[in-house]
Every structure is written in structure tokens, then in C-alpha cells.
Design a protein around this ligand. Structure first.
Ligand SMILES: Nc1ncnc2c1ncn2[C@@H]1O[C@H](COP(=O)(O)OP(=O)(O)OP(=O)(O)O)[C@@H](O)[C@H]1O
Length: 263
């Protein structure tokens, strides 16, 4: 994408961002309100850009006729996803496969494979409304991967998952990332450390840092900041550097709550 700008009324959520993502697992980090969801929604073709150019899987995301072609090859788990509570897991994931226009003969096997990958085979014929929050999240992941997407977009996918499920989910991400482009927005730096090769740090609608997970960790190792792990220290150091301050504890505290750029 080049010059991607997203405005929500007076708020500039993304400010002329240039980014490209190749095969592999990419972590999208940033404080609350940084612009991560705004970016993912444009990539998922559910929200228009206010400016700039976005090319997805060789298509122009702004071209109406190209969007169905993109959506067939895309998987998307929104931060809050809607589902029909009366559907069973099988019915819901099948319905999403149908929306993605998957060939009918392949749907039944694809649904079982996706549900199996998120560890819910024993609940495949249970109604979604009878599942726990973490299980519903896994149904959301199953619907996102049912079409074996070439571009997988996940907005806060580990919210509600217990630690064991998070470990399994990270393995799934690494597996999908072998052949596809996976973009994961998260607040959990340890998700990034465990599953992502590349990190993009967004703040106030701008790219604050890009590098490999190992580079961000090394940045943290060299940083005197307090923090639970080197990569968390790297996150703080990269944000500070972007803000152009090396001493501003007050500024860091203020900014770590996230701010939209009001124009
Ligand atoms: N529908 C909307 N109307 C008005 N402002 C919005 C809307 N959606 C987002 N914003 C603003 O745009 C900015 C970016 O929001 P966005 O949700 O993309 O951030 P985020 O990085 O995903 O945040 P979080 O980590 O809290 O989910 C914020 O200032 C937010 O308040």
C-alpha cells in the first residue's frame, strides 16, 4: 500500500502509510487507538481507504469488481465478530465457506479440517451459543482459515484464549505463514515473539518501527528500560525513538494509553 490514509470524521486513523507484506507471519503492534484495526479493515476490504492505493493479491482493493476475487482468497477475523448463535459450529463455518464462494463439493471436508485445526472437532455439532468465549474465538479462527487463505488477517485473535490454546494457536499461525501472508494485530508482545517473523509498530496512524522480531528483541536487550522481557523493552524503545524522546517517562505514560491524531 502506498499513501494509505483512513479518516474517521476528524480523526486521522492512518496517515499516508506505505507498507508491504510478503509471505510469513507479521505482527502488528501499537498502543490503543494507533490505527491497527483501521489498517486491517481496509486490507479485509470491509472499509474504504480515504486516500492512497492498496493492492491486495495482485488486485486493486478500491475496484468494486476486484473485491469478490480478493475475498475468495482472504481470511478475516474481526476484533468482534458476529455469528448466528443458533447455528452449530459446522453450520456456521460452512455458511462462511459458502459466503467465500468455495466450490460446494470441497466445503464439507474443508470445514472439518478447519474445525480440527482449532481443536474443536468434539464440539463441531454443538450450537455456537453453548460454547465458551475462548471456543467462540476459535470458531472465528476456523471460519477465517476454512478457504486456506493466501492472506489471513486477524484482529486480536488471542483475546479470550487460555495460555494452552494460545500456544497451539501460535503454532497454527506459523503453519499458515509458511505459504500465506498472515497479519496479526495484537497487544500481546509475547504472541509476536512466539509466532511472528516481522513486526510493524504503528502509532498515531504512522509506522513507528519495522523489523524482524529478533531485531526488536535486540533493541530491547540494548535498552535500559524496565520491562518484563527484552521484546517488550524493544517495543517501548522503538516507540520512544519514534516519538523523538529518550527521557520522557511522562510522555511515554501518556502516549501508552494511545491517542488518535485529531485534525
Ligand atoms: N468509527 C469510528 N469513528 C470515529 N473514530 C474512530 C472510529 N474507528 C476508529 N476511530 C478512531 O481512529 C483511531 C484509530 O482507531 P483503531 O481502532 O484503528 O486503533 P487500534 O490501533 O486498532 O486500537 P485498539 O488497540 O484500541 O483496538 C482512534 O483514534 C479511534 O478513536
Amino acid at each position: 500500500m502506498t499513501g494509505l490514509t483512513v479518516r474517521h470524521r476528524r480523526t486521522v486513523a492512518l496517515d499516508a502509510v506505505d507498507l508491504d507484506f510478503g509471505t510469513g507471519v507479521h505482527g502488528l503492534l501499537g498502543p490503543n487507538g494507533a490505527g491497527k484495526t483501521s489498517l486491517i479493515r481496509v486490507l479485509a476490504t470491509v472499509a474504504p481507504a480515504s486516500g492512497g492505493r492498496v493492492e491486495l493479491l495482485g488486485h486493486d482493493a478500491s475496484a468494486h469488481r476486484d473485491r469478490p476475487l480478493i475475498r475468495r482468497r482472504l481470511g478475516y477475523l474481526p476484533q468482534e465478530f458476529g455469528y448466528y448463535p443458533g447455528f452449530t459450529v459446522r453450520e456456521f463455518v460452512s455458511y462462511m465457506a459458502w459466503l467465500k464462494e468455495m466450490p460446494a463439493p470441497s466445503v464439507a471436508d474443508a470445514v472439518e479440517s478447519a474445525v480440527d485445526r482449532v481443536g474443536l472437532m468434539d464440539r463441531i455439532d454443538a450450537k455456537v451459543k453453548t460454547l465458551s468465549g475462548g471456543m467462540v474465538r476459535r470458531v472465528g479462527i476456523a471460519q477465517a482459515i476454512v478457504n486456506e487463505p493466501e492472506l489471513l488477517l486477524l484482529d486480536e485473535p488471542t483475546a479470550g484464549l487460555d495460555p494452552e490454546q494460545r500456544v497451539e494457536f501460535r503454532a497454527l499461525l506459523r503453519d499458515v505463514g509458511r505459504t500465506s501472508t498472515v497479519i496479526v494485530s495484537t497487544h500481546l508482545v509475547e504472541d509476536v515473539a512466539a509466532a511472528c517473523e516481522q513486526v510493524t509498530l504503528i502509532e498515531s496512524g504512522r509506522v513507528a518501527y519495522r523489523g524482524t522480531t529478533a531485531e526488536l528483541t535486540r533493541l530491547g536487550e540494548a535498552s535500559p528500560d524496565e520491562g518484563a522481557s527484552p521484546i517488550e523493552r524493544g517495543y517501548t524503545a522503538a516507540l520512544r525513538s519514534h516519538r523523538g524522546t529518550t527521557t520522557g517517562r511522562d510522555q511515554r505514560t501518556r502516549s501508552s494509553w494511545g491517542t488518535g491524531a485529531q485534525r
